[in-house]
Design a protein around this ligand. Structure first.
Ligand code: DAH
Length: 347
């Protein structure tokens, strides 16, 4: 076989192998095999100088052409297979952005007390009241004095109330915001004040911290009938459209007259059996209320709330109690135990 034939044979072998290579790794091997330092074709080229002079030109040219041909075929095949390999990898690793991500953590529910507070707020917002909040640490002045508490009122005792200092307490009710709100704006005023309150009490029906919603409406010519109408609307919104309310005389330092307010039992009528909820009385006590005592109005600095000019009513309810009645919660402590089996039933 002549050298030229051998060159042609090597070229044919190399091109065929390149065309059949399955991947870029196989092409690398072929590059070494046909064009590497120990490969036959480059060695032929290097050996041209030793050939008889009349053969050198033809052999050198043929070997060069063969090497370039193989190189170009290798280059083209490498580009083609590299692209195919990239496509395959992209297809395999593809992220489908339309798939949902990691399964969503189950969302929590509103705590029952939060849900009921919001429900109460919604009712009063609908009746034209504004929602305000006040400090949980307040002065004896706002918590007791400005609300017309007698200096000897038992609620002032350190056995009943948490004192931070002699003149500062954890508020025992949300009523102090009555006075703070009236100081901040002239009449008419219609607000509710939800919030935490604190008392030194702890048993099955009392927790040292609980929640109230205070209400205050002061304007010219407000009467007890307005109080009753607002509370009737409230009770019907919360406990059902069939409800009635009744007022019973009571005493609070900051209202005169003062009343306790009952809502007609929503459990009795259901099956006619003796009712456990209202203990057969037909009425459930839900809150304290009354007409704002003139002393409280007159005590607002600046005289903006002259009791000869304006009148108003106030009320205060416990959110725990409203939620208990509405949902038949048997034990106050369930609110605070954080047992998910209880909490998940609401909200
Ligand atoms: N502050 C009273 C309490 O904590 C509740 C209350 C009663 C608030 C009558 C009022 C009211 O505004 O008029 O027991």
């Amino acid at each position: 076989m002549t050298v030229l034939d051998r060159i042609e044979e090597l070229q044919g072998e190399a091109l065929a192998a390149i065309d059949q290579a399955a991947d870029t790794a196989a092409l690398e091997e072929l590059r070494v095999r046909f064009l590497g330092r120990k490969a036959e074709l480059p060695n032929l080229l290097r050996g041209v100088a030793e050939l008889p002079p009349q053969e050198r030109g033809a052999v050198g040219k043929a070997a060069n052409v063969a090497r370039k041909t193989v190189e170009e075929r290798l280059q083209a095949a490498t580009e083609r297979l590299a692209q195919a390999e990239l496509d395959a990898r992209l297809a395999a690793d593809r992220v489908d952005v339309t798939l949902p991500g990691r399964p969503v953590e189950p969302t929590g529910t509103l705590h029952l007390l939060t849900a009921v507070r919001r429900e109460i707020e919604d009712v009063f917002l609908g009746l034209g009241f504004t929602v305000m909040e006040g400090p949980e640490v307040d002065t004896v002045h706002y918590n007791f004095d400005a609300l017309n508490h007698d200096p000897a009122h038992p609620a002032r005792a350190r056995t009943d109330t948490f004192y931070v200092r002699d003149d500062v307490v954890l508020r025992t009710h949300t009523s102090p915001m009555q006075v703070r709100a009236m100081e901040a704006q002239p009449p008419p005023i219609a607000i509710i004040v939800p919030g935490r309150v604190y008392r030194r009490d702890s048993d099955a029906t009392h927790t040292p911290q609980f929640h109230q919603v205070e209400g205050l409406w002061v304007d010219e010519g407000i009467t007890l009938a307005d109080l009753k109408g607002v509370l009737l609307a409230f009770c019907r919104a919360i406990f059902g459209t069939e409800r009635e309310v009744r007022l019973r005389g009571h005493f609070f330092p900051f209202t005169e007259p003062s009343v306790e307010v009952d809502v007609s039992c929503f459990n009795c009528a259901r099956d006619g059996s003796p009712c456990r909820v209202c203990k057969g009385t037909g009425w459930l006590e839900i809150l304290g209320a009354g007409m704002v005592d003139p002393n409280v109005l007159a005590g607002v600095p600046g005289g903006a709330y002259d009791p000869e000019q304006v009148q108003g009513f106030a009320f205060g309810m416990g959110i725990e109690r409203i939620a208990m009645l509405k949902h038949g919660i048997p034990d106050l402590r369930l609110y605070y135990d954080n047992d998910l089996r209880f909490l998940r039933q609401f909200g």
